[in-house]
Design a protein around this ligand. Structure first.
Ligand SMILES: Nc1ncnc2c1ncn2[C@@H]1O[C@H](COP(=O)(O)OP(=O)(O)OP(=O)(O)O)[C@@H](O)[C@H]1O
Ligand SMILES: [Mg+2]
Length: 250
């Protein structure tokens, strides 16, 4: 992937207010073919709202979203998903009564037999996500980490071209983090493009060539992780000012 790779998703001037309070203001960035772009920022900085606006789950007040050059702003979520732009949610959304296997089956619904792939392929995904022995278990009995794996597997199994993930690692243990990290890297090597919201610095640094930083609904910075972590403005946004910088006259 190079900085000149084709733009897949172009977001510009995105704005959204809730009850008069701005959650997003004039946010723009470009996601390029085959890349993994990180979207980071402190709690409440507008990351999930940006994903909601891009994927049609929230209607933005202003701005434009282009998928492969086509304006998809304001389109309904199901239509956007059908054009190959698929997401996960910060809060897991599964059907407790449906089994793990049925969740993957649902994700493949609507695909041609060729696109859906063979049973062997589904088996491969279950194995890659360490979910094989839970194939016939209802999602409701799974642990939180296992549910996170099902939610991600159900998105990746259909091999959408562009995948948007909202905190895929939040609240899961290091072994599950490793499984998710590997699955994303494999899917990316196989050609899928990712936009990933995550607070895990190590993961962002190892997965993302570029990072966009939001702060209080605005884009604060963008660039390679090594540059972003050295940016005092980013440090300040996440942690406040350093104690020894304080002009404390109390
Ligand atoms: N449906 C809503 N109604 C009212 N306010 C909302 C709504 N959704 C988000 N907000 C507000 O918009 C702002 C941005 O929220 P958002 O969830 O996008 O942040 P975030 O960066 O994803 O945070 P976190 O890291 O905690 O997930 C916050 O002030 C939040 O309270
Ligand atoms: Mg969020």
């Amino acid at each position: 992937m190079t900085a000149t790779a084709t733009p897949v998703l172009e977001v510009s001037g995105l704005g959204k207010s809730f009850l008069g309070v701005a959650a997003l203001q004039d946010v723009g960035f470009t996601l390029r073919e085959g890349s993994v772009l990180g979207l980071i920022g402190p709690n409440g900085s507008g990351k999930s709202t940006a994903l909601d606006c891009i994927t049609g789950f929230t209607r933005p007040d202003s701005g434009q979203v282009r998928l492969r050059g086509r304006d998809i702003s304001g389109r309904p979520a199901h239509q956007i998903a059908r054009s190959g732009l698929v997401r996960t949610f910060q809060t897991i959304r599964l059907y407790d009564e449906l089994t793990v296997g049925e969740h993957l089956g649902l994700a493949l619904r609507g695909l041609s037999a060729e696109d859906a792939g063979s049973d062997d392929l589904r088996q491969y995904w279950l194995e890659a996500f360490k979910l094989l022995r839970f194939r016939d278990a209802p999602a409701g009995i799974l642990s939180y980490g296992q549910k996170k794996l099902v939610a991600l597997a159900a998105v990746l199994v259909a091999r959408p071209a562009v995948v948007l993930l909202d905190e895929p690692l939040a609240g899961v243990n290091p072994l599950v983090i490793e499984v998710i990290d590997q699955a994303i890297k494999h899917a990316n090597e196989a050609g899928q493009t990712f936009l990933i919201i995550e607070h895990n610095v190590e993961f962002i640094t190892s997965c993302c060539a570029e990072v966009v930083v939001l702060d209080a609904g605005r884009k604060l910075a963008e660039g390679p992780p090594s540059v972003i972590w050295d940016d005092p403005a980013v440090y300040e946004a996440f942690l406040g000012r350093k104690a020894d910088d304080d002009d404390d006259t109390r």
